[in-house]
Design a protein around this ligand. Structure first.
Ligand code: CP3
Length: 322
């Protein structure tokens, strides 16, 4: 997650020349951001360079990053929802699809390219709030107080992210990840009714049209993992670093699992990075369907050699095992 993030000098060099949104909108530069990280780390899969908020542009909103996403207006009432444009990502967001084609052409055929969207609840939370927030009161107030407006907004988000994900697969992505960063801030009743139901709708709609693995990552939903698996029916569930990976996997028999090294381990010495990577590999030994990953994104200021150390450690562990 966040392979191409702000911790790499190659990315800093791009940022000295272009804003984040400019990088997203210039397919050659977006592909370079992905490929610089891929070439340094050599993982099994690369993630496209974009952001979960990009579909807001196709819904007729103005978007800026400072560095978090900021909209020109928040969507909190029925009239706000009705004013949103029906997105046509293949046309409105053609720069994303062009970046995917360029990246796919540069990646070795053995590497997978992951496309992504925000899950509907998380996109709706950002649209209702207008920007990231500490307590997300604008989002919660809309959800609790203007429930029919919030439901209408969620429906528009289901439409926007389904279309955007489909366009990404058509452009050459081998898998789709839904990020539901905000799901875990809901009460269990709202988690199921709003976050899991809408993510499940997107996943079901994608399955009707394309045959790629679908990954669902929600943060802070450890108490409800079985429900998350059953309601979303994702092929792969991302697990955050608050859980013991093996017991999370045991609770999700029929799903592959992805995760879950604590991203702050990468600030420790190389020795600790290696030990914690090996410990996780040992813990998951014999459990088919484990995709090694961090339990959330790579943080700014992470030393790049430690990110590479994880991948080298996994490769030598598996070559000894074989
Ligand atoms: O590996 C990659 O870098 C791939 C691209 C990627 C970005 N954002 C680029 C980005 C991905 C997969 C995302 C997902 C994303 N974006 C999520 C879900 C994952 C998660 O972290 O929970 C969320 C909630 C967002 C929204 C967002 N975009 C925030 C909150 C921020 C600012 C704070 C932060 O964590 O960086 C962004 C900006 C952003 N998106 C940057 C990057 C590289 C930093 C921009 C900069 O360089 O200034």
């Amino acid at each position: 997650m966040r392979q191409a993030g702000r911790y790499m000098p190659e990315y800093q060099a791009l940022k000295a020349q272009y804003s984040f949104l400019e990088i997203c909108r210039k397919p050659e530069i977006a592909a370079k951001a992905t490929m610089d990280a891929f070439n340094y780390l050599r993982p099994d899969a690369a993630i496209i360079f974009s952001d979960i908020m990009i579909p807001a542009l196709a819904m007729g909103l103005e978007l800026d990053f400072a560095p978090g996403p900021k909209l020109n207006r928040a969507i909190q009432t029925h009239d706000d929802v009705v004013s949103l444009k029906r997105p046509e990502p293949a046309k409105d967001l053609d720069f994303v699809m062009n970046a995917i084609q360029l990246t796919r052409a540069q990646l070795p055929s053995s590497a997978s390219l992951i496309g992504f969207v925000g899950a509907p609840l998380t996109l709706a939370a950002y649209l209702a709030e207008g920007a990231p927030s500490k307590n997300w009161v604008g989002f919660k107030e809309t959800l609790y107080d203007r429930q029919s407006a919030f439901e209408a907004l969620l429906e528009r988000c289901v439409e926007a992210v389904t279309k955007h994900a489909l366009a990404q697969v058509e452009a050459g992505c081998d898998a789709i990840q839904l990020f539901d960063t905000n799901a875990g801030m809901l009460h269990p009743l709202e988690l199921e009714r709003f976050a899991l139901a809408s993510a499940g709708d997107v996943i079901a709609a994608l399955r009707e049209k394309v045959d790629v693995p679908i990954i669902y990552f929600a943060r802070n939903v450890g108490a409800h993992l079985e429900t998350v698996g059953a309601r979303t029916k994702a092929d792969v569930l991302g697990i955050d670093w608050s859980l013991q990976m093996r017991s999370a996997a045991d609770r999700l028999q029929s799903h592959a699992v992805m995760g879950n090294l604590d991203p702050t381990v990468l600030f420790a010495s190389e020795d600790v990075v290696e030990k914690r990577t090996l410990a996780l590999l040992e813990e998951m030994k014999g459990r088919p369907g484990h995709i090694f990953n961090l339990g959330h994104g790579v943080l700014p200021k992470t030393p790049p050699p430690n990110a590479r150390k994880i991948i080298e450690t996994i490769r030598s562990f598996h070559s000894v095992e074989e």
